[in-house]
Design a binder for this molecule. Structure first.
Ligand code: NAD
Length: 542
């Protein structure tokens, strides 16, 4: 603690810029986009004070123009991963003992750098690396990351303030120690904000981190590293490695000092990590913290009283923004027969109003590319299957083309089987499946929604009937960690809707909340007695 009870600045959500034609932010981001697009960046590993170029490189390309190369990154060997761990452990003492307000200041500065001089860079890098439209980049890599950094500082202060009572003659106090060891952060491709937050939240609480970004996000991850460096994060606090995820993970999890994992990604990878940690449990000095936010099969259910235009908009935005590659994206929809035709006609009209999928540099595009060939091929396979299956019909979209970019048309599958494969399986693309129920089957359909998928991340009910809303809220209590009434199931905002799901969707430690930060500390209770007893006998002994 410093020499004062410092109050951190009140956290506020970063306002979203419009990027409308003629605005200065539009010009600035398009210039940054061009600079990156025409340049060639060479991204090293960041270990301690060293920037290591191993010479074993992989090229990076925008998903919407996969033959174009925007740079390369260097792959780690086992020895580099070990070096990253060693650097964490060397840096740990100094970092863990730095007063909290100094740590807070670094991350608050990082937030302001992203809000100001790095905003166009981080957005442009995200547009290129993950093929996000400017709006999707702005709400993710600028606003959400800024919010994570600002709000986490405020939550940290709240946590530190939480202290026990003390009876007369003694003083109880709790110090929120960082974990004894290092934290391993593994991040997904789809959110630059998550990539920044997973290592940063653990580091903010005084931990040292090995960070492994997704291969598909390294181009924008580099901007995060640049920001942290400029904000004054000391070398060795967050060490960054890329390469074979299996080798890197095996090396990290074999360390006796491994103290926790902060993961976001798919369910099968997380289950594998959990098993590996379990198998290694005897080698660790402490029980590792396991935090994972994973897949989803997120639903929209409309009641017969829901307004068709509102349902259609929730579907179009919820399923297709960022090509459905949000863990919260709506991917299974339940519509009542009475209004289904009107709703689906409105959805078709909206989708037909989109341009063909294209580059985010053309700001009239609402839909851009999916992340990589593996994702493209998987989606194309499910679309082809739906074209053949008797119990499925494609009513919108269904086209795809990977000659230039990994473009999949926004696609709506209508099925007569509520357990059809695309009602259950996470596809992670611009494909939504609709099942139409008989109006009188509303209550049993709620049960169906609850029982159809292994996931429980997000879900939405649309209705005007308050009894129906109440019934859905109760029936779907365990079906989603983030539940929306009369809204789309995407777009959680830090500081307002802490995010996370249960069942196969994760440990529900709510990113962007104090609950998450509590996983990165191990509290120590200190009891100090002022007048220490000198006689063992209690009065009852006479
Ligand atoms: P992914 O599981 O393919 O990859 C995530 C990370 O794990 C990457 O860094 C990857 O390199 C690494 N990885 C892959 N295989 C590994 C292995 N065997 N051992 C160790 N690490 C390994 O996920 P993705 O495609 O990057 O992201 C999409 C997934 O993430 C979806 O399932 C989505 O629902 C989920 N997601 C969930 C949330 C949430 O908050 N619940 C948020 C974003 C994304």
């Amino acid at each position: 603690m410093g020499k004062g009870f410092f109050q951190v600045p009140k956290a506020k959500n970063e306002p979203i810029k419009s990027y409308a034609p003629g605005t200065p932010e539009r010009d600035e981001v398009l210039k940054a986009y061009r600079r990156y697009y025409e340049g060639s960046v060479d991204i090293p590993l960041y270990i301690g004070s060293k920037e290591i170029k191993t010479g074993n490189t992989r090229p990076m390309s925008p998903p919407h123009d996969h033959k174009h190369i925007v740079g390369q990154y260097h792959l780690a060997e086992k020895e580099h991963v070990q070096e990253a761990i060693d650097n964490c452990l060397e840096s740990r003492n100094a970092w863990a003992n730095l007063t909290w307000e100094q740590r807070a200041a670094i991350f608050l500065k990082a937030a302001e750098l992203i809000a100001g001089p790095y905003r166009a860079k981080i957005n442009a890098a995200t547009m290129i690396a993950q093929s996000k439209t400017i709006h999707q980049a702005e709400i993710d890599s600028a606003c959400e990351l800024i919010d994570f950094l600002r709000f986490n500082v405020a939550y940290m202060a709240d946590i530190y303030e939480e202290q026990p009572d003390s009876a007369a003659g003694l003083w109880n106090r709790v110090e929120y120690r960082p974990l004894e060891g290092f934290v391993y952060a593994i991040t997904p491709f789809n959110f630059t904000a998550i990539a920044g937050n997973l290592p940063a939240s653990a580091a903010l609480m005084g931990n040292v981190v090995v960070w492994k970004p997704s291969d598909s996000q390294i181009f924008s991850a580099k901007v995060i590293v640049d920001v942290f460096k400029e904000a004054g994060l000391p070398d060795g606090v967050i060490n960054v490695v890329y390469g074979d995820p299996v080798m890197i993970t095996e090396t990290v999890l074999a360390s006796p000092d491994f103290a926790g994992i902060h993961f976001t990604g798919s369910t099968h990878v997380f289950k594998q990590l959990w098993k590996q940690i379990g198998n290694n449990i005897d080698i660790y000095k402490t029980y590792p913290r396991i935090v994972g936010e994973t897949g989803g099969k997120d639903f929209i259910i409309a009641h017969p009283t829901a307004k068709p235009q509102q349902v259609a908009t929730a579907i179009v935005r919820g399923a297709f923004e960022f090509q459905g590659q949000k863990c919260s994206a709506a991917s299974r929809v339940y519509l009542p027969k009475s209004t289904s035709k009107e709703i689906l006609d409105l959805v078709k009209k909206d989708v037909e109003s989109f341009n063909k999928p294209g580059s985010p540099e053309d700001m009239s595009n609402f839909i851009t590319a999916v992340i990589h060939e593996g994702s493209f091929d998987k989606l194309a396979k499910y679309i082809d299957q739906a074209k053949e299956d008797a119990n499925a019909e494609i009513i919108v979209g269904g086209g795809y083309d990977k000659s230039e970019g990994y473009f999949i048309e926004p696609t709506v599958i209508l099925t007569t089987d509520p357990k059809y494969t695309t009602m259950e399986t996470e596809l992670f693309g611009p494909v939504v499946t609709v099942y139409i129920y008989e109006d009188q089957d509303w209550s049993s359909t709620l049960k169906l929604v609850d029982e159809t998928s292994e996931y429980a991340l997000t879900g939405a009910v649309l209705a005007t009937d308050r009894y129906a809303i109440d019934e859905a809220t109760k029936a779907l209590q365990n079906s989603a960690g983030n539940f929306y009434i009369n809204d789309k199931p995407t777009g959680a905002v830090v500081g307002q809707q802490p995010f996370g799901g249960a069942r196969a969707s994760g440990t529900n430690d709510k990113a962007g909340s104090a609950q998450n930060l509590l996983r990165w500390v191990s509290p120590r209770l200190i009891k100090e007695t002022f007048v220490t007893p000198e006689d063992y006998r209690y009065p009852f002994l006479g």
